[in-house]
Design a protein around this ligand. Structure first.
Ligand SMILES: Nc1ncnc2c1ncn2[C@@H]1O[C@H](COP(=O)(O)OP(=O)(O)OP(=O)(O)O)[C@@H](O)[C@H]1O
Length: 319
């Protein structure tokens, strides 16, 4: 936007995401190579990923004023990612570049059967520290919603949640990728604790393979101190529980033909943050129903951020 700087944007942010950026380097091959083998692939592309950035971009595409707090390398990938944020109208005032590490990268090989082998190097993501969080403090304290995940140092995510809570900013925490010994304060600092089936399984130690299982796991997570729990269930939508109404509620979604479900969870999270920021008095069930529908659009085309809908792609009643 001409004449409208990053600093101007930082003054009026609705959704702040403190999290990761990853560049996906994707090779499509007939089969996965064996150790020591070189094979020819038939396609290569570079994609924008990382859970934090994905969620931020989805919220921005729905119309939320978003800011990303993250660290990328002083390299081509980092500069390219900053441009991607700008292209999606995300405030980059708190995106820093470091010469100490490369931008986070995921080297992905996908064979024709859809199987993959992936190497993730978190790189600059792990260097996001308290200093950068301090720089974002005043924007964070004025925001409506904070969104965090676990692809950066977990103590930075927890610190961001604490700052938001102290300022009465609603917090959404996505414990992904899940770690078994999650600090108990993550539950207490979360207004919404939102995870998928496998994360719920790892955190509770119980099997989550059905809507009923998700209800039981959700109750266990709720007991740990969060105000609400959402467990996403792929094509089955999600289950919602609130401390004020702990009866698990199944929120189904519409049946679609999935083409590529990569990043569906992040689309759901970004949409949820948008609804919380724009419709603070909407029920959590209704926000979840709408987030299901946004995410269901994302599974109907290929890629991660490339599949995320914009406001203009959605029915007016969803916005
Ligand atoms: N096949 C599908 N059909 C319709 N909606 C889907 C489908 N898969 C996922 N979704 C939507 O996306 C949301 C998140 O999906 P899921 O529970 O699979 O998360 P996830 O495992 O974190 O996803 P991913 O790791 O692929 O990003 C679901 O709650 C649902 O709303």
């Amino acid at each position: 936007m001409d004449g409208y700087s990053d600093q101007d944007m930082a003054e009026e942010v609705d959704v702040v995401v403190v999290g990761s950026c990853m560049t996906d380097l994707v090779s499509q091959t007939p089969r996965l190579p064996k150790a020591g083998e070189t094979i020819h692939g038939h396609n290569f592309f570079i994609g924008f990923g990382g859970k934090g950035a994905n969620q931020c971009v989805q919220a921005a595409r729905l119309g939320a004023k978003t800011a990303m707090v993250c660290k990328v390398g002083k390299d081509f990938f980092g500069s390219n990612y900053i441009q991607n944020f700008k292209d999606n109208a995300v405030c980059t005032a708190f995106v820093t570049q470091t010469a100490e590490a490369m931008t986070g990268a995921a080297s992905i090989i996908v064979n024709d059967a859809g199987e993959n082998a992936i190497v993730i190097v978190a790189g600059a993501n792990m260097l996001l520290g308290e200093e950068e969080l301090e720089q974002a403090r005043s924007s964070l304290a004025k925001a409506k919603v904070l969104l965090c995940q676990l692809e950066i140092s977990s103590h930075i995510s927890l610190q961001a949640l604490r700052i938001a809570r102290q300022s009465n900013v609603k917090t959404i925490f996505n414990p992904a990728p899940a770690i078994p010994d999650l600090h108990t304060d993550f539950y207490r600092e979360s207004d919404i604790f939102c995870c998928n089936e496998s994360e719920a399984e790892l955190l509770t130690g119980t099997r989550v393979a059905s809507v009923d299982d998700a209800g039981h796991a959700g109750l266990e997570l709720l007991k740990r101190g969060c105000a609400a729990v959402i467990i996403t269930l792929g094509p089955q939508g999600c289950v919602v529980l609130q401390a004020s109404n702990p009866n698990p509620k199944h929120i189904p979604t519409t049946k679609v033909t999935p083409v590529d479900t990569t990043g569906a969870g992040d689309s759901f999270m970004g949409a949820l943050a948008f609804y919380m920021a724009h419709y603070p008095s909407m029920s959590l069930e209704e926000m979840s129903r709408r987030a299901n529908l946004v995410a269901s659009v994302s599974v109907q085309s290929v890629g991660t951020q490339t599949s995320y809908p914009f406001k203009k792609d959605l029915a007016a009643e969803l916005l």
